[in-house]
Design a protein around this ligand. Structure first.
Ligand code: F0G
Length: 357
């Protein structure tokens, strides 16, 4: 398998699909060394795995190529999900690729515009509910059970099978198991998926230890962080989650208990970051490293900065932060933070004057 290109399907023996996959060449995303930001934090071995470089611009494509392939394998005729945006964009893309109808439920007014645009353009039936993501997930679950539609949220185990390949790729790219793996946590699917995948590699004898799984949430939406801090066995739902990082605006993560296992069994941790810390890191990644990500994605690196400031990290650690979605997913959050373009008359004098300003 070493001869195959880096992609989800490089690891097909560890995936449940037996037929031809529904694929757009997902995975094989870059792993960037964060030289400047790492130096500022005193962490010379800090990396970002840029999952925004997938076909629809987020890590969800890894799960969807497997999930939609399984829908076809199982003979399902239509697919659905609830989403804070990226899952819906990805499902619309892979539904189109497979040629089966897709229904997506979104929390009205709380989904970044790029994600809605994708779901619409790729031909999904897009329904905005006047409620939050947690309610949308309950509703789509009920809909799928009553109408025989195939549910492709991360309750679906095949989604997580695809997403586990993030861990495999990082090990192949680094040539070793990192000391720490850092992910933004919303519904807690991704952190659980990476953990499951690495446990499998361990039981197959390919690796002999696991990285410290580290979950980062937005402060206004941090039920997993609270459970870790308070040593709880189950996660108590946050009834009114709120954050600028709309992708992870989730109060009742369905995979929360799996995430607790991933964090605890590996000696990892969970941390919460404020919206301000998230946006500050989004700008720093963009301007100091040239890496454009959406707010939820910046949360993972913002969390590491916070843990470093608290003295919680070892300088020698090799740390991989998963940055989950592309900058262009949420242009509105960018426009709100940045000075607008300088508009001038179309003459050279005005241009030179504008440069002096
Ligand atoms: N980052 C981004 C950009 C996301 O879109 C999500 C989840 C996460 C992180 C968190 O991943 O849920 O596996 O813990 N987005 C889902 C969606 C909920 O509907 O697109 P998680």
């Amino acid at each position: 398998w070493n001869q195959r290109p880096l992609s989800v399907w490089r690891y097909r023996e560890l995936l449940p699909v037996t037929g031809e996959p529904v694929t757009l060449q997902e995975g094989g995303t870059p792993l960037y060394h964060l030289k400047k930001l790492g130096a500022e934090m005193g962490l010379p071995h800090l990396y970002a795995k840029h999952e925004g470089m997938n076909p629809s611009g987020s890590f969800k494509d890894r799960g969807m190529t497997v999930g939609v392939s399984m829908a076809i394998q199982l003979g399902m005729k239509s697919v659905a999900c609830a989403s804070t945006g990226n899952t819906s964009a990805s499902l619309a893309v892979y539904g189109a690729r497979a040629g089966i109808p897709a229904v997506v439920l979104l929390p009205a007014g709380k989904v970044a515009i790029g994600k809605v645009a994708q779901a619409l353009m790729h031909g999904a039936k897009v329904i905005s509910i006047r409620g939050n993501f947690d309610r949308a997930l309950e509703m789509v679950h009920e809909l799928c059970l009553s109408e025989g539609i195939y549910l492709l949220n991360s309750i679906n185990p095949y989604r997580l099978e695809g997403q586990k390949t993030i861990g495999y790729e990082v090990i192949d790219q680094l040539g070793e198991v990192p000391d720490r793996f850092v992910l933004p946590v919303g519904n807690a699917g991704n952190i659980s998926a990476v953990y499951k995948g690495l446990r499998e590699l361990e039981s197959l004898g390919f690796i002999d230890h696991l990285p410290k799984m580290t979950g980062i949430q937005a402060a206004g939406s941090a039920p997993v962080v609270r459970a870790i801090r308070e040593g709880l066995a189950v996660v108590e739902a946050e009834m009114s989650p709120e954050t600028v990082a709309t992708a992870i605006r989730i109060g009742a993560p369905v995979n929360a208990e799996k995430a607790l296992v991933a964090i605890r069994e590996t000696g990892g941790t969970a941390e919460a970051v404020t919206d301000e810390e998230i946006l500050c890191m989004q700008r720093d990644l963009a301007r100091k490293e040239g890496i454009g990500v959406e707010p939820a994605s910046a949360a993972s690196v913002a969390g590491i900065r916070k843990l470093a400031e608290q003295g919680m990290l070892d300088r020698d650690e090799t740390i991989v932060c998963v940055v989950t979605g592309h900058l262009l997913k949420d242009p509105e959050s960018v426009i709100r933070q940045c000075e607008p373009p300088i508009e001038i008359d179309a003459d050279m004098q005005s241009l030179l004057a504008a440069l002096q300003r």
